[in-house]
Design a binder for this molecule. Structure first.
Ligand SMILES: [Zn+2]
Length: 260
């Protein structure tokens, strides 16, 4: 089965079924990072009240063009950081996220699989064309980046329209992406800026005279007032959208609003 545009055969994505073992690993990753107690909490989670998830299908994305760009970026990052020597390790990932394909990841570059929730149409565009920072919302908390989550509960908030939620049982689409976080600028909610690129490691500013070699590679939002950590990159080449997941939301209970 292949999605894509017939005129762009070189960049077209092909999908293939994952092995049983990969399916099970990803399914475990999803269930272990799905927390019904945090469903419906926060502005982006409005009107969500499901208490379970069912994973229907997982396919691997094959896209030579996007993968090549990703590998080129990884080589640049390796060079920039002297083979990862200068990269500070990001810690505290959920166990199943941390262990997923660990031996094949460039752990020294903070390469990690993270969830990206988006509409089915956007997901199909991304697997064909890659991520485009040009169309991201500049008003987002950390600016014009591409946002990822280590927890399914968080990514799940963005797979349908917040103002017009799909009923339980609707099939939704979500991506599991390989992301090169490199050196991440740690930033709490209250220090966030509307960045177009990560700030400078020397002066923490986003506009300065220090060259690109001195820039952080990503932003990691966490800290007081945040229910979930946010992983943000500002260059589409830092991401390979490797798995496309079809799932549905199940069950429900009384809204949690009264406890807020
Ligand atoms: Zn600087």
């Amino acid at each position: 089965m292949a999605y894509g545009y017939s005129h762009a055969s070189w960049s077209q994505a092909y999908l293939e079924d994952v092995s049983n073992s990969t399916f099970k690993q990803i399914e475990k990753m999803i269930h272990s990072t799905f927390d019904p107690c945090r469903v419906g909490r926060g502005r982006d989670a409005e009107d969500l009240d499901h208490c379970d998830i069912s994973v229907n299908d997982i396919q691997r994305v094959k896209n030579r063009k996007i993968f090549r760009e990703y590998c080129d970026f990884r080589d640049e990052l390796k060079e920039k950081t002297c083979d990862g020597d200068n990269v500070e390790e990001i810690e505290d990932f959920p166990q199943k996220v941390w262990s997923f394909k660990k031996s094949r990841r460039h752990v020294d570059l903070n390469e990690i699989y993270l969830f990206h929730g988006t509409s089915e149409d956007s997901a199909n565009m991304i697997i064909n064309e890659g991520f485009d920072t040009g169309i991201t919302n500049p008003r987002n908390l950390y600016g014009r980046g591409i946002y990822f989550a280590e927890e399914f509960t968080k990514a799940d908030q963005y797979t349908d329209d917040r103002d017009d939620r799909d009923p339980h049982g609707t099939e939704l689409t979500l991506l599991l992406c390989k992301v090169l976080m490199g050196n991440a600028f740690m930033c709490g909610k209250y220090d966030a800026e509307k960045w177009k690129q990560p700030p400078c490691m020397k002066c923490d500013r986003s506009k300065c005279r220090h060259g690109w070699k001195h820039r952080y590679d990503s932003v990691l939002g966490s800290g007081h007032g945040m229910l979930f950590r946010e992983f943000v990159v500002y260059d589409g080449r830092q991401v390979f959208p490797e798995f496309i997941i079809k799932y549905e939301r199940l069950g429900g209970w009384e809204p949690l609003h009264e406890y807020e």
